[in-house]
Design a protein around this ligand. Structure first.
Ligand SMILES: Nc1ncnc2c1ncn2[C@@H]1O[C@H](COP(=O)(O)OP(=O)(O)O)[C@@H](O)[C@H]1O
Ligand SMILES: CC(C)(COP(=O)(O)O)[C@@H](O)C(=O)NCCC(=O)O
Ligand SMILES: [K+]
Length: 274
């Protein structure tokens, strides 16, 4: 039977269908800027009642989750919500209180790690950037241990907090735009948008470089060092990723359905454990 995978973020709901043969459909997205998130959830679920279960990751809180559970129950679908735990499959959560790590971050690091470590001999560390409402950057070492991460305001959020008028709102809309940042901007809107875009791209790059340096130092000091050089992959997703990438020099793997793949891996891990 088919499974509906849902990622409920602070700006959008993203979803995909996992079929009987474990094939993932393309990812769809719907903003909840003009509707309640639960109304968007209900529409998505109602349009996919050929799925017998829903697996959701959410950062929208308990009221949303309880309402989502009720809707799926009424439609006679099984409902599973993935939350951050101390360990899941090959992943160990690095937060002091593992339950406090955003569930989307937990699924994102798990996904990036599994994507880059598909054989026993692989020990690829990953830096995972999710540039959504907030931008989160997390590191996971070659053994699957989450090292921690940072949270910064997302691209739209940072420009909105600077300029409280609607002119700029259109700039970071949901459609891709032709905007080119200019470091010698000569009017306010362009100066703010350019500052936020170049600043966000530079911040991500800088933080990734710092994280990479720390991962290498940690590997050099490790007693169980087995490889010559530690391999580190940078994986990026989120609504602002395509806008940011042209202004970042490092090598980044763009995986817009990173969380969908993570939910698929988690489904497989959970069914292996029953
Ligand atoms: N073309 C774009 N350029 C920059 N940012 C964009 C663009 N399109 C969407 N965004 C931003 O991406 C965010 C939504 O991305 P998403 O990853 O779905 O976030 P969340 O997971 O927080 O819901 C919004 O803040 C939106 O404004
Ligand atoms: C940092 C976040 C707000 C990001 O949410 P998003 O931008 O994906 O909507 C979310 O992961 C969250 O609520 N985290 C809980 C706090 C933490 O991770 O430390
Ligand atoms: K995010």
């Amino acid at each position: 039977m088919k499974t509906l995978l849902i990622d409920a973020g602070n700006s959008q709901l993203k979803w995909a269908i996992l079929d009987d043969d474990s094939l993932l459909s393309e990812q769809h997205s719907q903003s909840h800027q003009y509707e309640l998130p639960i109304e968007v959830f209900e529409k998505i679920v109602s349009a996919n009642t050929d799925c017998d279960s829903v697996i959701m990751v959410s950062v929208l809180g308990g009221t949303f989750s309880r309402a989502a559970n009720k809707i799926t129950l009424e439609l006679q679908m099984k409902f599973i919500e993935i939350t951050s735990t101390n360990k899941l499959g090959k992943i160990e959560n690095g937060y002091k209180d593992p339950t406090k790590l955003g569930a989307d971050r937990f699924v994102g690091i798990l996904s990036a790690y599994y994507l880059n470590n598909n054989s026993e001999s692989n020990k690829t560390a990953c830096i995972v950037i999710d540039s959504g409402t907030a931008t989160t950057i997390d590191a996971i070492d070659g053994n699957g241990k989450h090292l921690g991460g940072v949270i910064l305001p997302g691209l739209k959020l940072s420009s909105e907090s600077l300029l409280q008028n609607t002119e700029l709102l259109g700039l970071w809309g949901n459609e891709s735009n032709e905007f080119t940042p200019e470091c010698f901007s000569k009017e306010t809107t362009q100066a703010i948008a350019s500052g936020c875009l170049l600043g966000q791209a530079g911040s991500i790059e800088h933080i990734c470089n710092l994280m990479e340096k720390r991962i290498i130092e940690q590997d050099e000091n490790s007693q169980e060092k087995k490889q010559e050089n530690v391999e580190i992959k940078r994986v990026i997703c989120g609504g602002a990723a395509e806008s940011l990438l042209p202004y970042m020099q490092g090598e980044y793997d763009l995986h817009q359905d990173l969380l969908m793949f993570g939910l698929k891996v988690i489904k497989e891990e959970l069914s292996n454990n029953v």
